[in-house]
Design a protein around this ligand. Structure first.
Ligand SMILES: Cc1cc2nc3c(=O)[nH]c(=O)nc-3n(C[C@H](O)[C@H](O)[C@H](O)COP(=O)(O)O)c2cc1C
Length: 176
C-alpha cells in the first residue's frame, strides 16, 4: 500500500474476528514501532505483547477503553532507565512525542498488514501493571488493541486541511 493511501485509510478498529495474529506479524508491528524517531535517539521504549486469552480477559476488565475482544494487545511503556524525566519539563514532552511516534508506526504497520488497531488511553495503570508484572523501571503509557477487522470503520469527522494548515502566517492559506 502506498504510504499516503495508508495514512488516509487508517482507521481506529474496535471490532475484531477471532482469528489469531501470527507471532511473526506481532513482532513486525513492534519492529515498526521501534524504528520510530526518538528525541536524542534515546529509544526510551519497551513493548509487551499480550495474546494469551486469559490475560486478555483480565486486561479488558482493567481497560474500559478497549471496546471489543482484541486478539492481541501491545503495551507501550516508557523505559525509565533510558529516559527518566520530570513531568513539566521539555524532556518529558519529548518522551511522550517519541512514544506517540512509536504508536503511530505500529498503527500504520498494522493497517499495512491488513490488521485493524486502536490506540487505548483509557485503562487502570495499577491493575495492568500487576496483570503483566511490569518491572518498576517500565511505566505504562499506552495500549494498542488489535486483530483482524470485522469491517472497515467509516472515517470520523475530520477537520479541513484549510482549517489547520497555513502558509507563511496563521490565517493565510496556500492560495493567498
Ligand atoms: C492517545 C490516544 C488514546 C486513545 N484512546 C482510546 C481509547 O481509550 N478507546 C478508544 O476506543 N479509542 C481511543 N483512541 C482512538 C481515537 O478515538 C481515534 O483515533 C479518533 O476517534 C480518530 O479516529 P481514527 O483513528 O479512526 O482516525 C485513542 C487515540 C489516541 C491517539
Amino acid at each position: 500500500m502506498e504510504l499516503m493511501e495508508a495514512l488516509r485509510t487508517r482507521r481506529s478498529v474496535r471490532q475484531w474476528t477471532t482469528d489469531p495474529v501470527p507471532d511473526e506479524q506481532l513482532e513486525e508491528l513492534v519492529e515498526a514501532a521501534a524504528r520510530a524517531p526518538s528525541g536524542g535517539n534515546t529509544q526510551p521504549w519497551a513493548f509487551v505483547v499480550i495474546r494469551d486469552q486469559a490475560k486478555l480477559r483480565r486486561l479488558r476488565a482493567a481497560a474500559p477503553g478497549i471496546a471489543g475482544r482484541a486478539t492481541a494487545v501491545v503495551l507501550i511503556c516508557l523505559d525509565k532507565q533510558r529516559a527518566d524525566v520530570e513531568p513539566g519539563t521539555a524532556e518529558y514532552d519529548m518522551v511522550h512525542m517519541t512514544l506517540g511516534a512509536a504508536m503511530q508506526n505500529m498503527l500504520l504497520a498494522a493497517h499495512g498488514q491488513g490488521l485493524g488497531a486502536c490506540a487505548i488511553g483509557s485503562y487502570h495503570p495499577a491493575s495492568l501493571r500487576s496483570i503483566v508484572s511490569l518491572p518498576s523501571h517500565l511505566e505504562l503509557k499506552l495500549l494498542v488493541a488489535l486483530g483482524y477487522p470485522v469491517s472497515q470503520p467509516k472515517a470520523p469527522p475530520l477537520r479541513l486541511l484549510s482549517e489547520v494548515c497555513y502558509f507563511e502566517e496563521v490565517g493565510s492559506n496556500r492560495d493567498h
